[in-house]
Design a protein around this ligand. Structure first.
Ligand code: AMP
Length: 142
């Protein structure tokens, strides 16, 4: 299955923040939307970072309540690994495993068009395994 098909099922909404947003504001967004990562965009709407709940926990553990007033750019990952609409689920798994992260923004010709989480990937892998098991059962029975 391709990323574009996953996005057609789950939607293309991406929760984003500006580089100037505070860590408190980003924590509010994570809690409000029940998600684990926020994509950070610059003034031209280009992706310039990603921040996950792990980054916030690390920052707050180091700087306690002072951390909440800092801009998100102080703790985000600047070098973002992204995927394309044409990438397959297996390719996403490779990227997430190699980078040890659970979120991949989807870029189409440089424009942010979606985000895939490890939950989306696992769901498709389970569905695929169930389909294959069903086909195997039918083949054996028939
Ligand atoms: P996660 O597993 O997504 O919570 O992220 C773990 C760490 O990887 C955090 O430091 C994130 O900022 C970073 N991270 C998450 N997604 C990406 C990505 N697509 N590209 C680069 N770094 C990422």
């Amino acid at each position: 299955m391709a990323v574009s098909e996953i996005l057609a099922q789950k939607g293309k909404q991406v929760i984003t923040a500006s580089e100037q947003a505070t860590i408190q504001e980003v924590a509010n967004l994570l809690a409000q939307h029940k998600i684990g990562a926020i994509v950070v965009q610059d003034d031209k709407d280009d992706v310039c970072g990603i921040v996950s709940e792990r980054d916030l926990v690390k920052e707050i553990a180091s700087n306690q309540s002072q951390a909440l007033k800092q801009p998100v750019s102080s703790c985000m990952t600047h070098k973002v690994v992204s995927c394309d609409p044409d990438d397959t689920v297996d390719r996403l798994m490779e990227k997430m495993t190699a980078g040890r992260f659970r979120h991949l923004p989807v870029l189409d010709k440089g424009k942010l068009v979606g985000i895939i989480s490890i939950g989306d990937v696992v769901k498709r892998k389970i569905e695929q395994a169930e389909r294959e098991a069903e086909e195997m059962k039918r083949y054996i029975a028939g």
